[in-house]
Structure formats: structure tokens, C-alpha cells
Design a protein around this ligand. Structure first.
Ligand code: MN3
Length: 254
């Protein structure tokens, strides 16, 4: 959309639909207000003030596909640790560097010049926040609208898209993420290592663009329920994916 105000209004409305309560009540003092999150303008109120966004559903909301204990540990321990360690790493930056980093976009754009602790934990914070909203209770089904059209145009069919996405998730050696991203409406699939993401300006990140779907393939995301069977976890993901939200993110990100 051309007009900034109408664009923001649209984003607010859509974000409310897409993100539910992911940041409800935390807007005033949170780097990840829903609208800003979608816009990737994740403002740092002041150094060391990143905080854990509210999970948009209960820990058991994705049962039986993703179990309650995994969700609880993943969110309250792993994601919390990324937030805490990001704040520590941010606090350790010199004032001049910290002063140039107004949002996570700034961090991702300059990540090659920042300490690894910033890269790893800013990535971890962003990726998990995005991942939570990629899923919902009673998810699954099929995409509709422009996202469905784009998937068919790029990958021929939903089934083929799912196969290619699962391949990317399976082939990521060790820990990392699988992504569906958009570049001006053109979709692509890829994976990143560790907590890297498609927004990071790094040669080692092979998939670049605005995230539409994220899947965490670290073992901590599935080991309790699936042990070493990453393929089973990926199959489960299709039962909880929020296609409606992904469609809204896609249309906003174009
Ligand atoms: Mn994780």
C-alpha cells in the first residue's frame, strides 16, 4: 500500500487477526509489538529491554501434535534464555554501537559486525517469536487466497510445496530452521543454521527475504515427543500450521 497511515491501519487490523494475543499487554514496553513485529521495526525501547512476548495460546494448545511439555520448556526456558542473553549481550556493547541499533532490523542488517552473542540471541528471539505465530490450535488444512495462488505458481501444488519444505527441514544438518520467505511476492524455501534467519545480511544465509513460515528444527523442538524422528515432527507441523495467519503475513510482506 502506498499510504503510510492506511498501511499501518491495515497492518494493525491484520496483525490483530494474525497474531492474536502474542504481544497483548506488552506493547508499551516490548520490542515486539504486533504491528512493529510484522513491519520488522522491532524497536529497542532502551538497551537491555527486550522481553518475552506472550505466547498466543496455552502450552497444551497444539496437542497432540506438539506436546505440552515441549511447548512449556521451549517457550519458558529456551526462548526466555535468548531474550535474557540478548539483553546481556546488548548491555555489553559499547555505547556507540548500541546507539546505532534501533531495532532488530538494524541488528540483522549489521550482524556481521556484531558479536556472535548478539547474532545468536537476536536471531533466537526473533525466530521463536515468529515460530509461535506460525502455529495455532486447530491449524492445518490448506492455504487460501493469494498465498495459495503463489504457492501453486511457484511450487505447482501444495503437496509439492510441503515436500520441498520438508526436504529443507530434513536436510538442515544439526540445529537450524526451515523457512518459506517472500521477495516481492515471489516465494522461496530454504533453511538456516543455528539461529540465523532470512533477514540477516550474511553470505552464509542462503535464503533471504521476508519470512512467511518458520519451522524450528532444533532437537529441543521435538525430542521429548519424537526423539530423533525429525520427519514425524515435520509431519505433525502440518496439523498445527496457521495458514490463515501465514496468508496475512504474506500479503502484508509483499
Ligand atoms: Mn527452538
Amino acid at each position: 500500500m502506498e499510504n503510510d497511515n492506511s498501511r499501518r491501519d491495515f497492518i494493525k487490523k491484520s496483525a490483530a487477526l494474525a497474531l492474536g494475543t502474542i504481544v497483548a499487554g506488552t506493547v508499551a514496553n516490548n520490542a515486539l509489538a504486533a504491528t512493529d513485529f510484522i513491519e520488522k521495526e522491532m524497536i529497542v525501547p532502551e538497551p537491555g529491554k527486550f522481553s518475552l512476548p506472550k505466547l498466543p495460546y496455552e502450552y497444551d494448545a497444539l496437542e497432540p501434535h506438539i506436546d505440552k511439555m515441549t511447548m512449556e520448556i521451549h517457550y519458558s526456558k529456551h526462548h526466555q534464555a535468548y531474550v535474557d542473553n540478548l539483553n546481556k549481550a546488548f548491555a555489553a556493547l559499547d555505547a556507540k554501537t548500541a546507539g546505532t541499533l534501533n531495532d532488530l532490523d538494524d541488528i540483522f542488517a549489521n550482524v556481521d559486525k556484531l558479536p556472535p552473542a548478539i547474532r545468536n540471541n537476536a536471531g533466537g528471539h526473533y525466530n521463536h517469536t515468529f515460530f509461535w505465530r506460525t502455529m495455532k490450535t486447530h491449524g492445518g488444512g490448506i492455504p487460501t487466497g493469494k498465498l495459495a495462488e503463489a504457492i501453486n505458481a511457484e511450487f505447482n501444488s501444495l503437496e509439492n510445496f510441503k515436500k520441498l519444505f520438508a526436504d529443507a527441514a530434513m536436510k538442515r544438518f544439526g540445529s537450524g530452521w526451515a523457512w518459506l520467505v517472500t521477495n516481492k511476492g515471489k516465494l522461496s524455501i530454504g533453511s538456516t543454521a543455528n539461529q540465523d534467519n532470512p533477514l540477516m545480511k550474511l553470505d552464509s544465509v542462503e535464503v533471504k527475504g521476508k519470512p512467511v513460515i518458520a519451522l524450528d528444527v532444533w532437537e529441543h523442538a521435538y525430542y521429548l515427543k519424537n526423539q530423533n524422528r525429525r520427519a514425524d515432527y515435520i509431519n505433525s507441523f502440518w496439523n498445527v500450521i496457521d495458514w490463515e495467519g501465514a496468508g496475512q503475513i504474506f500479503e502484508m510482506a509483499k
